[in-house]
Ligand binder design. Structure first.
Ligand code: ADP
Ligand code: MG
Length: 996
């Protein structure tokens, strides 16, 4: 009485009684650890959502149960929950109380459903034990098939089936899988035994071995287990089941599962479910088989069943790539009835899950069994086409289609592919060395590395790497992530290498059977006998499956994929943010426009100053002492700038073009201080040397002259006296020659000296200027608006160039919308002063040109103070644009160049910062300032236009923030424009899970 009163009291007084009572009733004190496939309703009630069911049962278990619920042919089975796994691991690897008993009860129930008995030789039930976490982790945790076999059961099964080959094939597989998965025995000795038997019988695959061999192999396998594991293979089926369940649980914490979760960003605390499934046999002869398939082509997106199929084989044979598989289309001829049923189920599953599925199935004596379904992984190209097709087929809505495509998928289209011309040339040269399966598209060029550690090390040394292996294993993931591309000689579309490559967007070619890869010798040999060693360059094309020797040039793909174009249009319909681009040159502007940019959010004028023909004028201007001296070089620069701007206005006809006035400190346009110092010293030394040489030359010259005079005198005297000229006296010609060559050298020395001296004077002047302009912290020095105030002639020239270009373009019929942007404002008074000068110049030009153009003056917000006083700044600025690179530097008080190569990485490793704030806007700090800037600015000027032009404008997460705080547009590099269009749509769709 008392207890029930106490229990009901809070329920009736705390405002939400019903749910608590209902939950208590549905969930008694005892946790349910095991769910039969037929109990999915119960699981859903407990977990409250489909997502919850997936978390509870794991993806594989949840979908097996779901397929059972909709009436598809799934072998009877049950799932031990992820909660049991977590409880097991938390309790130091012991089953939670009651779990094992529940598992045994469930086993009894599937015995009844299957009409067989576990461990009973007269009518034995065999099961598989399969792991399955909430998120699919390909190949991460292993499956054991054929559990329940021992010698007596095997003999019983032979009596029942009359097929000893089949029974011993199943038995030897059990021992092998059990050994490797549960008892941690290495796989090689097993494979070696199989190879020996295959060789002795002269057969290619294990299925062709006769029963007596398989029986002998089973015995040998048990010996291997005993020798390596130090214990016998367990012959008690119940013990087999128990140890297998434990092994799956433990594998959740294994190194390779951990590594994969880290790489894929899957939380470590989800745990895995264990699925116990009645065995169905694809290895019962030629009317049996097994396969894996996707309901559409997940490389291209084409609407066709795609997959691999094997006759007379068990599940893992297809995935392991040991035997050459048949395409799924071959099943149509070989097993038409099963195929028709399968095709129908495939369509049904797509409809049910509203997405393309990746399924596993087995056919036993002509009967089809479904063993797994999940949303298929897909290439970027396919992801976009599938989303568009599914929406066009009305399986999903357009917003859903947009949501299903990720920024990375779009990114693919903006990445390099091989230049077709260069590829053709390579082919003509005979450099196409092999071809395999095109499992993950994209072009990759790199040096061959034969193992994951080498690949990782080389990538760290900034080398481009192609990792090559016979096939990949989960232990190779770190190398695969570090490599530019992946190449394997074995494996199929569903191999580990293919799955991982697709997941992480790495170009990959697998199953290149003609390559003989020797990891020991660190080389591979092609069919034509060409040898490639570690470190050699190769180019692989994951889009076509081709492998080339050497390096092939890459180009960015055409942006005209019709599905991409369509999907981005849908994104445009959804998004509220504008997407503009940062472009300095007309060609960038054109590209941006092609990619869908709706304006230029940032043109950095200073980039134009660096061009060779302009730099001398820029330097002259900087070195000028007076405004008068400055006028001349500025007048030289004006036409250049005018032409630059005219080009931009034409490219962006009808759209806004935001031009930022000069921003960086002027010394950036001058030679570096150290270089100048070095030049000056070198010149001084050269001058000294020439001076010494000149002195020496004139000394010798004057002595020689004297000698010449003396000889001449002797000659004259002798002649006059009628004496013979003394022998050995140099001739006049000889003397003249040596004198004149010396005089010539002296002349050269003097010219050089003059040259060097004047260069030295110039360099010294430049050095003086550079020293005069030297700042301790240029980033916080004379730059931006400060520079404009300090040297108004410069920005006045820029404004004149902008307006002369705009007026001229307007006269030519171009629809121009210049926006003049002043950088680095901190105080409204700066803007007030700068603007009055520049507005006056703008008016002057328009008066001269006799035409008015529509324009705006605005400022960047990139100093915290500007955000804090945005209401005052908005009195002068007609628009704001956040310069989030400088704003991040000044908000954190760090210099990006120093931070990113230094302590910032340490901060990230130590978890002090969750993310690089220069890659993704720091929401709490910088984001707050931005939000304040928007709110304050619009208090003064409700129609204030606000955008962002920092690199962050192309980062999907930052775009989400920009949407949230009400910016009008984001501006990013032309190449990020398509990504920004999609990300802006995602931001507008928000976190809404259901977009149906
Ligand atoms: P993975 O997660 O690596 O795909 P699975 O648990 O799906 O592992 O099993 C591996 C292979 O074994 C699959 O091809 C699957 O079809 C096959 N398999 C699993 N359980 C059974 C079963 N009860 N009967 C027949 N084949 C099975
Ligand atoms: Mg599977």
């Amino acid at each position: 009485m008392v207890t029930s009163a106490l229990r009901s009291k809070p329920a009736s007084t705390n405002g939400h009684p019903k749910k608590i009572v209902a939950r208590k009733a549905a969930r008694p004190n005892k946790t349910k650890w095991v769910y039969l496939f037929g109990e999915v309703d119960q699981a859903e009630k407990y977990a409250r959502s489909w997502d919850g069911v997936r978390a509870l049962l794991g993806g594989k278990g949840a979908n097996l149960a779901e397929m059972t619920r909709v009436g598809l042919p799934v072998p009877p089975g049950f799932t031990v929950t992820t909660e049991a796994c977590n409880a097991f691991l938390a309790a130091g690897e012991t089953f939670p109380p009651g779990m094992w008993e529940e598992e045994l009860v469930a086993l009894k129930k599937i015995e009844a459903l299957a009409g067989k008995k576990f461990g009973d030789p007269k009518n034995p039930l065999l099961v598989s034990c399969r792991s399955g976490a909430k998120f699919s982790m390909p190949g991460m945790m292993d499956t054991v098939l054929n559990i329940g076999l021992n010698d007596e059961v095997a003999e019983g099964m032979i009596r029942l089936t009359g097929d000893a080959r089949f029974v011993y094939d199943a038995y030897r597989r059990l021992v092998q899988m059990y050994g490797t998965v549960v008892l941690n025995v290495a796989d090689e000795p097993f494979e070696a035994v199989l190879a020996t038997h295959r060789k002795r019988r002269g057969v290619e695959n294990d299925a062709a071995l006769p029963p007596e061999d398989l029986k002998a192999i089973t015995a040998e396998f048990r010996q291997i287990v005993k020798a390596q594991a130090g214990r016998d293979f367990p012959t008690d089926p119940i013990e087999q089941l128990k140890l297998a369940t434990m092994a799956v649980f433990k594998s959740w914490n294994g190194k390779r599962a951990n590594d994969y979760r880290k790489a894929a960003g899957i939380p470590h605390n989800l745990g895995t479910g264990v699925n116990i499934v009645t065995m169905v046999f694809g290895n019962m002869g030629d009317d049996s088989g097994t396969g894996v398939a996707t309901t559409r082509n997940v490389s291209t997106g084409e609407k066709e069943l795609e997959g691999d199929f094997l006759i007379n084989a068990q599940g893992e044979d297809v995935v392991a790539g040991i035997r050459p598989t048949l395409p799924i289309s071959a099943m149509k001829e070989k097993m038409p009835r099963a195929y028709a049923q399968f095709a129908k189920i495939a369509r049904l599953l797509e409809k049910h899950y509203r997405d393309v599925q990746d399924v596993e199935f087995t056919i036993e004596h002509g009967k089809l069994w479904m063993l797994q379904t999940r949303d298929a992984k897909r290439t970027a190209q396919a992801a976009i086409r599938l989303a568009v097709d599914l929406a066009d087929e009305k399986l999903i809505t357009r917003p859903e289609a947009v949501k299903r495509v990720s920024p990375d998928h779009v990114d693919y289209f903006l990445h390099p592919q091989f230049d077709p011309g260069d590829k053709k040339a390579a082919r003509a040269r005979g450099d196409l060395i092999a071809a395999g399966l095109n499992v993950s598209p994209g072009a990759a060029v790199g040096q061959l590395a034969f193992d994951a550690d080498t690949a990782e090390q080389w990538a760290r040394d900034k080398k481009a790497v192609i990792m090559v292996r016979p096939e990949t294993k989960p232990d190779d993931v770190h190398g695969m992530l570090a490599a530019k591309g992946i190449l394997t000689s074995r494996g199929g579309r569903t191999s580990h290498a293919a799955l991982v490559a697709r997941q992480f967007g790495k170009p990959a070619v697998v199953g290149v059977l003609t390559l003989e890869v020797s990891v020991e010798n660190r080389q591979f040999v092609t069919a034509a006998g060409r040898t490639f060693n570690e470190g050699d360059w190769v180019s692989i094309d994951g889009t076509t499956g081709e492998v080339f020797a050497g390096k092939i040039r890459t180009v960015v793909p055409e942006f005209n994929d019709p599905y991409l174009v369509k999907l981005l249009k849908w994104a445009d319909d959804i998004r509220q943010l504008g997407v503009w681009a940062n472009a300095d040159y007309p060609r960038d502007a054109e590209r941006a426009r092609l990619y869908g940019a709706e304006g230029i959010g940032l043109c950095r004028t200073e980039h134009m100053f660096f061009e060779t023909e302009r730099l001398p004028f820029v330097q002259q201007m900087i070195l000028a002492k007076t405004p008068e001296q400055r006028a001349e070089p500025l007048s030289k620069l004006l036409p250049f700038q005018r032409a630059d701007f005219a080009g931009l206005f034409k490219a962006m006809d009808g759209l806004p073009v935001t031009i930022r006035l000069i921003d960086p400190p002027l010394h950036e346009f001058l030679p570096s201080h150290d270089e100048l110092l070095h030049d000056v010293t070198a010149l001084e030394m050269k001058i000294q040397a020439r001076e010494r040489e000149g002195q020496a030359l004139s000394d010798i010259l004057s002595k020689r002259q004297k000698m010449l005079d003396a000889v001449e005198m002797v000659r004259q005297t002798s002649y006059n006296a009628g004496i013979e000229i003394p022998v050995g006296l140099p001739t006049r010609e000889e003397q003249w020659d040596s004198l004149s060559s010396m005089e010539h050298r002296l002349q050269v020395v003097e010219v050089e000296l003059k040259d060097f001296t004047s260069t030295l004077a110039e360099k010294r002047r430049m050095l003086g200027a550079v020293e005069g302009m030297r700042e301790q912290n240029p980033m916080l020095g004379l730059r931006g608006v400060r520079l404009g105030i300090h040297m108004p002639e410069l920005v006045t020239m820029q404004v004149r160039a902008i307006f002369e270009a705009a007026c001229q373009c307007a006269k030519d019929g171009v629809d121009v919308h210049p926006k003049i942007m002043i950088p680095l404002t901190a105080h409204s008074a700066e803007l007030q002063m700068e603007q009055s000068i520049l507005e006056a110049e703008a008016k002057r030009v328009m008066d001269e040109q006799g035409i008015e153009v529509d324009y705006q003056f605005g400022t960047m917000i990139e100093i915290p103070r500007a955000a804090l006083v945005a209401d005052r700044i908005a009195e002068y600025a007609q628009f704001f644009s956040f310069g989030t690179n400088d704003l991040t530097q000044t908000t954190f008080g760090v210099s990006r160049d120093d931070a990113e190569t230094g302590f910032l990485m340490e901060y990230l490793e130590k978890g002090i910062l969750p993310e690089n704030p220069f890659a993704s806007i720091d929401r709490d700090g910088v984001g707050k300032l931005m939000e304040m800037g928007v709110t304050l600015g619009r208090q003064t000027r409700p129609d204030l236009e606000v955008g962002i032009c920092g690199e962050h404008g192309g980062d999907p997460k930052s775009i989400g923030l920009c949407h949230k705080i009400g910016l009008d547009y984001v501006s990013c590099s032309p190449f990020r424009v398509p990504i920004a269009r999609l990300a802006a749509a995602h931001a507008a769709l928000g976190d809404k899970a259901d977009l149906r």
